[in-house]
Unconditional design. Structure first.
Length: 310
């Protein structure tokens, strides 16, 4: 029996689907503030997940009876919003995570994975390794770093074998183009399909490490069953960066679109370069990403098209 917080969201719905395919009983906890039941609608029925519509930060331990594993994905992920409301972000992301970890511990769960983020690093030389330096540039990043320390505490001072996976820029089907910060690929896909200009902030030379949702799910499932990962922060990326300018041109090519690239103003607080050092994921988890960027863009465009037509 597996708990998935944020299970109706972009990443969570894919994790829920994969766990069900493996025969797990899944309990999804999601307050639907950003997640959507439409992400899980194809899974409804006798073999589908049990849905609890609630904030993970207020989840009673009794709701986790019989849970043996947990995947904690619920969070406020908007970086700009975290700058506007640092205290609210800390309450949701840090205190919320501690509550979930404590509930899993008290429920007797054996293992867990907590979603961390490349935002813990800030502007540092690339590729970035897990052991530092850490210079978060937002309350969101600072909060994720704090949670990583709580993961270490719970891993070494309770029976819960938990690790933190630091996701780089995740993309793929079900990522809705509402959040330009986290989902530039989904934003570009929608614009390219509609034949609209793709807006690149600044000169477009900033680089990101884009990792496909299928690889994220694979990493989570491996980590849940890898005791050696206990207490560790682990980068999940590809180890390769692409400039946002080149990404925009690749998207136009994949979509067969008449769109053009135009440049907008720099966005304050943006990190210039973000690329993962992935040696630890390879050595500790035996994980290597398997979806090339262009292949991932094709499936993302296909899904986005189906949503536009639907």
């Amino acid at each position: 029996r597996v708990l998935v917080t944020g299970g109706a969201g972009f990443i969570g719905s894919h994790v829920t689907e994969a766990l069900l395919e493996q025969g797990a009983e899944v309990i999804v906890v999601d307050d639907l503030s950003t997640g959507s039941m439409s992400n899980l609608s194809h899974l409804e029925g006798a073999e589908g997940p049990r849905m609890i519509e609630a904030n993970a930060a207020t989840l009673p331990v009794a709701a986790l009876e019989g849970v043996t594993m947990g995947v904690h994905l619920a969070a406020r992920t908007e970086v700009a919003a975290s700058i506007e409301d640092p205290a609210g972000t800390v309450e949701a992301n840090v205190l919320g995570s501690v509550h979930v970890l404590e509930a899993l511990h008290k429920a007797g769960a054996r293992s867990a994975v907590v979603a961390s983020s490349a935002a813990v690093y800030g502007e540092v030389p690339i590729p970035v390794a897990e052991d530092g330096p850490h210079r978060p540039m937002s309350p969101y990043g600072a909060g994720k770093l704090a949670v990583d320390h709580f993961v270490h505490y719970y891993a070494h001072h309770t029976d819960l074998a938990v690790c933190a996976l630091r996701f780089f820029n995740v993309y793929g089907p079900r990522q809705h183009p509402r959040s330009p910060y986290s989902g530039v690929i989904s934003v570009f896909a929608k614009a390219a399909i509609l034949g609209e200009d793709l807006t690149v902030n600044g000169d477009g030379g900033q680089t990101r490490d884009f990792v496909n949702i299928a690889d994220i799910v694979k990493a989570i499932l491996i980590a849940l069953r890898t005791p050696e990962a206990r207490g560790e922060p682990i980068n999940i990326g590809t180890g390769h960066g692409i400039s946002i300018e080149d990404l925009a041109r690749e998207m136009i090519s994949v979509a067969g679109s008449p769109s053009r690239v135009r440049h907008g103003p720099d966005r304050p607080g943006d990190i210039r370069h973000s690329v993962a050092k992935v040696d630890k994921a390879e050595s500790l988890l035996g994980f290597t990403p398997s979806v090339p960027l262009r292949e991932g863009l094709v499936t993302t465009v296909e899904w986005t098209r189906s949503q536009q037509q639907g």
